[in-house]
Design a protein around this ligand. Structure first.
Ligand code: ADP
Length: 159
């Protein structure tokens, strides 16, 4: 079965990368799907986010591809031939929001299952927002994002 992992990835963090790596061991093919969201203002363009994710993937993770999508996630999942949507859950606060979306997606595409992967404890407080906040004050983000993109993230906040 193929799966997609939709999100903003603004930017990708080590928490996202861990979910990608675990999903890549579970599914034939995983599409990391950068969803265009008109309601969200992102720091990085879709192309920048795509390049950063591609740079972060280990060379031996050959069944992971990065795509840019828009509109309804279930439509993108169908277009890509995916039977599953992967989402990560860090805390109870994620659960309520994720449950709402997963239930809506279930109504829109009953043939597509949402699969939740629980965050590793070391990543349970990690989010793209936390990374941006720390980087904006020139704090150390080396343990928070893949090493291949740390400089690029820091450069966004350089004077
Ligand atoms: P969105 O705007 O769709 O929430 P994000 O890029 O913030 O996009 O997150 C994409 C998915 O990855 C969400 O399911 C989110 O809960 C999950 N996620 C984010 N950070 C982590 C983390 N540190 N560990 C595990 N899952 C995470």
């Amino acid at each position: 079965m193929k799966a997609c992992y939709p999100g903003s990835f603004d930017p990708i963090t080590n928490g996202h990368l861990d979910i990608i790596s675990r999903a890549s061991g579970m599914f034939e093919e995983v599409y990391v799907l950068i969803m265009k969201n008109p309601k969200k203002t992102c720091l990085f363009s879709e192309e920048e986010r795509k390049n950063m994710i591609e740079k972060s993937l280990p060379a031996d993770m050959k069944n992971v591809k990065v795509k840019i999508g828009e509109g309804l996630t279930v439509n993108e999942a169908r277009r890509l031939g995916c039977g599953a949507i992967i989402r990560g859950i860090r805390a109870v606060s994620d659960y309520e929001y994720e449950l709402q979306i997963a239930t809506a997606n279930m109504m829109l595409g009953h043939e597509i299952e949402t699969i939740f992967l629980i965050a590793k404890p070391q990543y349970s407080f990690l989010s793209s927002s936390v990374v941006k906040e720390i980087a904006s004050y020139h704090g150390d983000i080396l343990n928070l994002v893949p090493y291949q993109i740390a400089e690029e993230v820091e450069a966004k906040f350089a004077k």
